[in-house]
Design a protein around this ligand. Structure first.
Ligand SMILES: [Zn+2]
Length: 261
């Protein structure tokens, strides 16, 4: 189905749902000079810095866990397709039992609200305690999401289970409470440790202007990619693009090359 990729993990069926997509400008990756940028895009078979705004659905029988929500109405036609993606899978918003946030940037939490009202009325909300602390009372979509879900937010930390066999993987730096998830033995969701696979996987030291703490984000990126490659894990991320929504990593020089899973 359009905008939907699927992977069968050992403990769950996992869908990567595109809420939308766009091209990043080169200014998002200030350390990449124009010549290097062109080379890396060409190596990936791309002519622009493509990105997607992904949401994940973890299905375990009748139990449904949503990871992030996309932009919702915050970015015009760059986002807002999550409700249609869920409907295509036969999922109604009220069916979501748990909503986990990798972090609270607008492209991940905007779809949690319809106006000021929670879009997923039955979901318990889970996020890292450091993420909740970072965004509470700041202007912007994150604090609106936090306020609208007061009393329903459960904070989590490294190793906590958000669903059976699905545990928190702390990957701080992009934001203070940025997390990924380990799903069973073979699949991981890495959140925003990369925004462009084409530019950042070949050179994992490449940070973005969206990283709250670029040095810490780079340490998290390098450690996560090394583990994925060493253990031959399948990974997906908040900004993974086709045909590498679910992929594996191979060491390639000082960086990595992704291959479709
Ligand atoms: Zn993002």
């Amino acid at each position: 189905m359009e905008g939907i990729a699927r992977f069968e993990a050992d403990v769950a069926e996992v869908f990567c749902l595109a809420d939308g997509g766009a091209d990043f400008g080169a200014q998002v990756f200030p350390a990449v000079d124009p010549e290097t940028l062109a080379l890396r895009l060409a190596a990936a078979g791309d002519s622009t810095i493509r990105t997607a705004f992904n949401v994940f659905l973890i299905r375990q029988g009748d139990a449904l866990t949503l990871v992030d929500t996309g932009y919702g109405a915050l970015a015009g036609d760059k986002g807002g397709q999550l409700p249609a993606r869920l409907a295509a899978l036969g999922v109604a918003p009220g069916d979501i039992g748990t909503l986990v946030f990798t972090h609270l940037h607008g492209d991940h939490c905007g779809g949690a609200l319809v106006g000021a009202v929670p879009a997923f009325p039955a979901a318990r909300i889970m996020m890292h305690a450091a993420e909740l602390a970072h965004w509470t009372d700041r202007d912007g979509p994150a604090s609106a999401v936090i306020a609208a879900h007061a009393g329903r937010i459960v904070t989590v930390a490294q190793g906590d289970a958000v669903a059976p066999g699905v545990t928190v993987w702390e990957l701080p730096g992009h934001t203070p409470g940025h997390i990924g998830l380990r799903i069973g033995a073979g699949l991981v969701i890495v959140g925003d440790i990369f925004h462009s696979a084409a530019l950042q996987l070949p050179a994992p030291e490449t940070a973005t202007i969206y990283d709250v703490d670029p040095a810490m984000a780079t340490r998290s990126r390098k450690a996560a990619l090394a583990e994925i490659a060493a253990q031959d894990l399948v990974f997906t991320g908040g900004h993974a693009v086709d045909p590498l929504k679910f992929a594996r990593l191979r060491v390639d020089g000082a960086g990595y090359r992704a291959i479709a899973a």
